[in-house]
Design a protein around this ligand. Structure first.
Ligand code: NAD
Length: 262
């Protein structure tokens, strides 16, 4: 059995992770943390009381893995606490730079894994892979990411990752209309790794992204839609099962997907 503690357990993603962990026969939900809901009994049939302090909860429940879906403003502190206890950490919270992740992973004791995925949906990982492939041949590209209106960060972690994969694979940065054509500020979006990214925030959305390539007389659109937060759960469960055999910083579900295919 793999003992799992969920940090951010009362949130939209945290509640889904709790349900996913309880549904797997080889995973045991040993603890739940969410300071804003400390002392409340968690629903989802777990019967667990929500703890307010992560370090204390780790000390009392001795998890094998902590899963964090919280907020960009607290996630770094949480990761530091988990790694300091020598516990593997699976992070879905977005908004941490690669440099910060590397320096956090440096604090981990030997054999401890910090696994981070900007997107745990397998379809989104494939969308990023296909976008990187297309960018080799169609370098003119823009990203439109669409999320629910309570998302804390913009652009999304998925858009940042997609832009970085495109930048690494396309042969160069093509000339394209930039900010100089803007009549209203922001109309041309933000530049990430020289890729233009537009962020849409609306109620009713979950997590969506379209990558649009333009070429002579043609466009190619690669789109992924998470229409429900259960879309992320097979990836989260795969990460929980995989981190025990890993060490150090691993970023991206693609690394685990390939390994799980054998
Ligand atoms: P949410 O606001 O619904 O939930 C966050 C929860 O964290 C809240 O219940 C809050 O009380 C709790 N929290 C705040 N500070 C805490 C702390 N110090 N310790 C423990 N819990 C704390 O947010 P959400 O929609 O569940 O999203 C959470 C994060 O996950 C966001 O960064 C979001 O972008 C990210 N996300 C990632 C993926 C992915 O596939 N990687 C998918 C969806 C969302």
């Amino acid at each position: 059995m793999i003992g799992v503690l969920v940090s951010g357990a009362a949130g939209r993603m945290g509640r889904e992770v709790v349900r996913a962990v309880m549904a797997e026969p080889d995973l045991a939900l040993v603890g739940v943390v969410d300071p804003a809901h400390a002392g409340e009994t968690l629903g989802e049939g777990s019967g667990l009381v929500i703890a307010g302090d992560l370090a204390t909860a780790i000390a009392t429940t001795a998890p094998d893995v902590v899963v964090d879906f919280t907020h960009p403003s607290v996630v770094e502190g949480n990761i530091r606490t988990v790694l300091a206890a020598g516990v593997d950490c699976v992070v879905g919270t977005t908004g941490i730079s690669q440099e910060r992740l590397e320096s956090l992973a440096d604090t981990a004791p030997e054999g401890t894994c910090l696994f981070v995925a900007p997107n745990f949906a397998i379809g989104a990982v494939l969308m990023m892979r296909f976008a990187a492939e297309a960018a080799r041949h169609l370098p003119h590209v823009e990203i439109i990411e669409l999320h629910h209106d309570r998302k804390a960060d913009a652009p999304s972690g998925t858009a940042l990752r997609t832009a970085s994969l495109i930048a690494a694979s396309r042969p160069g940065v093509p000339d394209a209309p930039g900010k100089e054509t803007e009549v209203a500020e922001g109309a041309r979006g933000a530049l990430v790794d020289d890729v233009t990214v537009h962020s849409v925030r609306l109620p009713g959305l979950v997590a969506h992204q379209e990558v649009i390539f333009g070429g002579q007389g043609q466009t190619l659109s690669i789109r992924h839609d998470s229409i429900d937060r259960t879309s992320f759960m097979p990836g989260v469960v795969l990460a929980i099962r995989s981190v025990g055999a890993r060490s150090g910083l691993v970023v991206g579900l693609e690394h685990l997907m390939e390994a799980s295919r054998g």
